[in-house]
Write a protein that binds this ligand. Structure first.
Ligand code: NAI
Length: 475
């Protein structure tokens, strides 16, 4: 589904009309493009007392090729940068009318040492100075600690407070700027998450809090982190699933796309175009199954076992059968709970019981912000999607010992068939009521899934990452 308003106000004619009428003019988000450098420019670094992650941060920024400049709050930064042999300098806040070339691409704040709430002033000081210096499509990343790992109540309180700061910055910054909080446990690695949140791949992910628990090995190649991995994507014929399959393949994975037999033509077409874009010598495969069928888990496990197993499972297939509960038939209720929730559990059980999901595996389940906020006419859908989140939370500790992670992505309004069928008013509200003023694209969900599925994300499990442009619904 195309967002015609967004296209119009970004056309030469539409821009002047919108300006003269004072209409809101959301601009198209900068997304990843193969022909454009993923990173570049400067990152301004700020810090609270005793920042613990300077070394990790410097290592990651040097490796991705960003120049760092230190705010006065990050007094220890310059020696760290010198030790790494990195380009670095001093941050000078820019005036409101500074030119575009004066701006920084990212603001990063190391708040790991903040252990009581009075010290939160250091965030005020940094962002008060620096926010105006951030370029359009810029990135804000605040780095803290998981509150539950702090030894004192004041420290846990202050670390939790970072959430409100980060989310508010996302709402205040505008200009397609995203703002996210990484809670990094002692010894955990930040590079995979930092790369994702600093890059255009996270264009529609803002206001999120991600916990990183443990170290992770760096992939052999950051551009093809999924090389050598096999992935299953359900509901891959179209929409978000087709995009997930394409992005996983582009990142190096060999993909089995699954859909119902009735979607044969669409799935074949999707897999063909993936093969053209990311040649695998024919190893990308289409698999036809109704995930709700009783025989599906065993059939899927057998098909994947025949090619040596699978490393990444993406539960994307889902349906809506909307009606207010008084008017909802039992079939509408049962089919949504079964396809969106129970089928995911049955498939995982079959793959885990037979060790078809290889260690260290990745499971990514597609939920929805409906499952967080609830939605009129969607008791069945919201229940199923909240259940997906519940299952991720409950399964994560059980799978930790096997090195398997399980996370959920919760899309907001994404331009697909599903949202194309919404009544006009509901569709427009869904599109505009978020910090980006526009709907997301399937690729925004797909990039988030690919990041969670990558080896560098080994320390991330039991998380729910919303891909919603910081939707006001369920905020
Ligand atoms: P879509 O309707 O365009 O595609 C869903 C795909 O799943 C279709 O190809 C369909 O044939 C397949 N599928 C449905 N039932 C199946 C079954 N029993 N067995 C095998 N395949 C089956 O939907 P869209 O928009 O791409 O959504 C994908 C996922 O994202 C769903 O889980 C949906 O709930 C979720 N989502 C979508 C949002 C959006 O704005 N489009 C927002 C939030 C969540």
């Amino acid at each position: 589904m195309k967002d015609r308003y967004l296209d119009f106000v970004n056309s030469p004619f539409g821009t002047s009309i919108a300006r003269s009428l004072g209409l809101p003019r959301p601009e198209v988000l900068r997304r990843h493009r193969a022909d454009r450098a993923e990173f570049g420019g400067m990152a301004a670094i700020g810090a609270g007392p005793s920042p613990a992650l300077f070394d990790d941060l410097m290592g990651a920024l040097s490796s991705i090729g960003m120049t760092s400049i230190a705010h006065e709050s990050a007094s220890g930064w310059l020696p760290v940068a010198a030790r790494h042999g990195a380009m670095s300098g001093r941050f000078e806040p820019r005036a409101r009318d500074a030119s575009a070339s004066d701006r920084v691409e990212a603001l990063i704040f190391d708040a790991t040492g903040v252990d009581e709430s009075a010290q939160l002033h250091s965030l005020y000081a940094f962002f008060h100075d620096a926010l105006r210096s951030l370029a359009k499509n810029g990135r804000i990343v605040v780095i803290g600690r998981p509150p539950a790992t702090r030894a004192s109540v004041p420290a846990a309180t202050a670390q939790h407070a970072l959430e409100g700061m980060t989310r508010s910055l996302g709402k205040e910054a505008r200009n397609r700027i995203t703002s996210n909080l990484l809670r990094v446990a002692d010894g955990a690695d930040i590079e995979s998450a930092l790369r994702f949140f600093l890059s255009p791949r996270s264009a529609y992910v803002s206001g999120q809090v991600v916990t990183i628990e443990t170290p992770a090995a760096a992939p052999e190649s950051w551009s093809k982190p999924l090389a050598g991995k096999r992935a299953l994507v359900t509901g891959a014929a179209r929409g978000i699933g087709a995009s997930i399959a394409a992005v996983l393949a582009e990142r190096g994975a060999i993909v089995t796309g699954l859909d119902v037999a009735a979607a044969r033509d669409a799935l074949d077409q999707t897999m063909l175009s993936i093969e053209d874009a990311s040649p695998s010598g024919g190893a990308h495969a289409a698999l036809f199954a109704d995930i709700a069928a009783p025989e599906a888990p065993a059939d899927i496990a057998a098909a994947l076992a025949a090619s040596g197993g699978v490393d990444i499972v993406v539960h994307n297939a889902g349906i809506t059968r909307d009606k207010t509960i008084a008017r909802m038939s039992p079939e509408m209720w049962d089919s949504v709970i079964d396809i969106n929730l129970l089928a995911q559990a049955r498939i995982d059980d079959a793959l885990l019981a037979r060790n078809v999901l290889r260690e260290p595996g990745r499971i990514v389940a597609v939920s929805s912000i409906s499952g967080i906020a609830g939605n009129r006419g969607q008791t069945n859908y919201a229940t199923s999607k909240a259940g997906v989140i519940g299952r991720v939370h409950a399964m994560a500790p059980l799978l930790r010992a096997r090195g398997i992670t399980i996370n959920a992505v919760a899309p907001g309004f994404i331009e697909t068939h599903m949202t194309g069928r919404m009544p006009f008013g509901v569709r427009e509200a869904g599109r505009r009521l978020n910090s980006m003023g526009q709907g997301g694209l399937p690729v925004d969900v797909a990039e988030t899934v690919a990041w969670l599925a990558s080896p560098g994300s080994a320390g991330i499990t039991g998380n729910v990452v919303r891909v919603c442009g910081q939707s006001l619904i369920g905020a």
